[in-house]
Design a protein around this ligand. Structure first.
Ligand code: NAD
Length: 258
């Protein structure tokens, strides 16, 4: 990894949901770019695995078991990261869920209200918890960078999702713009990513015909990779991307153009 541009040298980064898929690629990308990375995940073994993969490249990383929907967990994680690596410069609010039943989303008119509440708690409130726990040290230092993992589904109807998921992802966009205004004076940039269909464990179990239909409807004629999304996160959290704030960056091969 020595030849990877060291755009994040000396930075301390936190990636939620870093145990799998896009979050793992972002954690590994940040580490390769020189950051010390804290991998937070509700699945502690998955977090350990990502941190181990980073350590195997000679970089420093730590794993923290943390359910982002629980404020106590995130507040404790902030203390743990601060003691283990130092206070965070970069926060990537990436943890997210998209419940399916036999590969299909629950129809809204039959959805269990508890399922709605859980998706909002993880995907949207989890991001607020991250900002609330890690943001104050960024503001005190006068430099910070926050990326919220939204989705193309916040902006267009997608048939294979439950209503809670796009609702949570649209909430993240509103939160991103509000935070960009509020935290800009503290030299913290806040942006959202809106990935299209990305090949990760989250989308397995969906009918392959659905993914093929998305591929054919995508001008770049392929689904995205976790590394495609990581590259965008790296730019937004680098010094070079620091003047970019309050933006929603589609990473979707042209499936979404807004
Ligand atoms: N895969 C896609 O096509 C796609 C598209 C757009 C947006 N996204 C978003 O990107 C993010 C990552 O998705 P992915 O495809 O890599 O999913 P994934 O299922 O591969 O990984 C998600 C990770 O989040 C963790 N997680 C789940 N609930 C958590 C919680 N309460 N607290 C902490 N960690 C938790 C999981 O353990 C897992 O390691 C999600 O926010 C997702 O909504 C994904």
């Amino acid at each position: 990894m020595a030849d990877h541009p060291q755009t994040h040298s000396g930075r301390i980064a936190v990636v939620t949901g870093g145990g799998s898929g896009i979050g793992r690629a972002i954690a590994e990308g940040l580490a390769a770019a020189g950051a010390l990375v804290a991998v937070l995940d509700a699945n502690g073994n998955a977090a350990e695995e990502t941190a181990g993969r980073i350590a195997a490249t000679g970089r420093k990383a730590m794993a923290v078991t943390c359910d982002v929907s629980l404020w106590e967990d995130v507040a404790a994680a902030a203390r743990e990261v601060s003691a283990g690596l130092g206070s965070a410069d970069i926060l990537v609010n990436n943890a997210g869920i998209s419940p399916k039943h036999d590969g299909k989303p629950a129809p809204t008119l039959e959805m269990d209200p508890e399922e709605w509440a859980q998706v909002l708690a993880v995907n949207l409130t989890g991001a607020f918890h991250g900002v609330r726990a890690f943001g104050p040290a960024m503001a005190a230092r006068g430099w910070g960078s926050i990326v919220n993992q939204s989705s193309v589904s916040a902006k267009r109807h997608i048939a294979f999702l439950g209503v809670h998921y796009p609702a949570s992802k649209a909430g993240l966009i509103g939160m991103t713009k509000q935070l960009a205004g509020e935290l800009g004076p503290s030299n913290i940039n806040v942006n959202a990513l809106a990935p299209g269909r990305i090949e990760t464990p989250l989308m397995r179990g969906v009918n392959p015909e659905v993914n093929e239909a998305v591929r054919l409807d995508t001008p770049m004629r392929r689904l995205g990779t976790p590394e495609d999304v990581a590259a965008a996160a790296l730019y937004l959290t680098s010094e070079a991307g620091h003047f970019v704030t309050g933006q929603v960056l589609d990473v979707a091969g042209g499936w979404m153009m807004s």
